[in-house]
Design a protein around this ligand. Sequence first.
Ligand code: ADP
Ligand code: ZN
Ligand code: ZN
Length: 720
Amino acid sequence: MYILECWIEHPVRTLDHTFTYLSDVQVSPGCRVSVDFNHHELVGFVETVEESNLSKAEIEKQRGMEIRMVNAVIDEEPLITNELHDLALMMKKTTLSTTISCFQCILPPKIRPSSSAKHIVMERYVRISENEVNLTPKQLQAYMLVKEKGEMRYGDLRKAYPTLAKKMVDSGALVAFEKEKEAPSTIHEVRDVPPVLSTAQKEVLTKIETADSRAVLLRGVTGSGKTEIYLQLAAKELNENKQVLILVPEIALTPQMIDRVTRRFGEELAIYHSGLNSQEKYEQYVKVKSGRARIVVGTRSAVFLPFSDLGLIVMDEEHDGSYKQDKQPSYHCRDVALWRSEYHHARLLLGSATPSLDSYARALKGVYTLVELDERINQSLPKIIAVDMKREMERGNTVLSGLLKEKIADRLQKHEKVILLLNRRGYNSALYCRSCGEAIMCPHCELSMSYHRSIGRLKCHFCGTEMKVPFKCPSCGSTAGFTGTGYGTERLEKEVQELYPCAKIYRMDADTVSRKNAHEKILRQFMADGDILLGTQMIAKGLDFPEVTLVGILAADSGLERSDFHSCEETFDLLMQASGRSGRAAKKGDVIFQVFDTGHYAVQCALRQDYRTFFKMEMDFRHRCMYPPYTYLVSLLVQGKDEKRVREAALWLKNGLVGNYKTIGVIVLLKRRDLFRARIILKGRDLDEMRKDISTLLEQDDKRRANMLVIDVNPMVLDG
Ligand code: ADP
Ligand code: ZN
Ligand code: ZN
């Protein structure tokens, strides 16, 4: 008999310990089993296995309790390596999440310890049999083809020999068998020659290679050749038979990085991002696990792939908010990358034009080695102008300023490309009743719904609810109709098209990239024949289009209206990143910021592309208010259907969490997805103390309040 200790797939915090089950077949730790739990069939994840000579009855007697048998063993081989097992336990501790949620987060959806995991797709293959079978000359040809390949997809054989494939399997000349479907190959035939590094790049490369610390922070202005450095470092690791992981923040950036990597290395590459379905994710996972691919390009969750011998992790645009998961486990990809690089004795290279305050402060303290590139490869930074939109409004220019219109016309005439950025999608951000003036609200969230003209519907950008524009006002019942306010990318597209009827415009935002590979297609089309690319922040980051010589950022300082401690940093990053899209090649570029507050330091520093001054001023602000990186924050969000219970739980947290830190709250938040919400924020210098107090309090939870709780350690957004 085998005695198993299993984590049960169950989000309940109070059940975050292992449960004992028995199995009469052997199981390894790290395998899934199917178990009965409270009259439900659930998936368990085996933590430890102990072999015993005793019978079930004897074990039960010894332990003084009834112990159930597992219903079935799901996996033959462990799904997880020792490293990933320990990583899950580290995440549980640092993010205050349940253990099972960490395992679920680490494993790809198809093999996650969860009953919702779907089957892995199998494919039919054939190989030659040992049988002696008489073959026609044509059949012999097919037979030799299979023999030469060892095995081949049945589908491929049928394509080559449509009438023979089935017959040959039936006659026993070929044996059919099932195998897991494999990822297609990504190998590129053409390989480019690496450029000779500039003197500045060479110096940086040497410093990175000889750095004492595990992690190196590379701050380099946009277009300074950071990616080239990543590639050259990667080449060295691959030469030494090590694996390389390149993380990018945004799915929109993967095609470009993939292209550069495949062209450079001419070897198999694994790709991992949220645009893949669960089967594709699994196939990419197998590519890494089996060693078929040694280099990976991916977004946040690629950091969990089963590497066996990593030599380098690159985290491009390391400051980007999408590296942080906001639901539990609320891990930061950087922390996981750092942990894994320690485990593998690999280098971690953090790259950005605008490092997070956190990382730059650590680099100045010497925790990371700091290397910097202040010049663009083409030696020319774009010319940046801030336009005061208050004045423009007086002149009747509500969307595009006079200057931006002029410059767009100029570029169209010269056949150069333009990028316009507006960080809001849809047509109108709200529709107001002409009679009572109320906005149409989402039925599930306390948020106004955006109008999407192309589909003629209202959408909630938070929960995704869609509906027709109502005939009557939901508030007063009037049929007077609605007026739209607020610009989104859809309206911008329409107006820009009206202004420049001959321009070829492409729009990229969450609405246009929802279909598979849509982002890749839009970018390719824009490269080929586009004049203007307009879209939300997803076009601000990292894209390298040599022909773009004008970037216009609309409502460039709208982020500053938010009350979040992070909003200045985010606005500055966005302005710097977007500026970086202009004038990257031979032709000089222009950038226009359309802002309401031209004097704000985030705008002023971005105008001068001056990271260091921004860093100083923002650090001053954070110091005055004792915000991170001078302190740590923990957000405790309580949400539930019952308002009273939510308030009660929030108060319980507030009163129970008292220590050498500030307990801020109860902050009552707007309703989202039909849930009442309230937040408590802890702010202090000793993160471990705050974590410990939270854990201790949750252990005393006798009313299942913790089940309404979402904990975010080091949150990046607090006004959501
Ligand atoms: P970043 O990642 O800092 O934005 P990139 O590595 O993309 O910069 O480099 C900007 C541009 O300069 C790219 O088009 C790249 O191909 C080119 N480039 C980079 N390094 C060199 C070099 N040493 N010689 C010539 N071109 C280079
Ligand atoms: Zn009304
Ligand atoms: Zn909603």
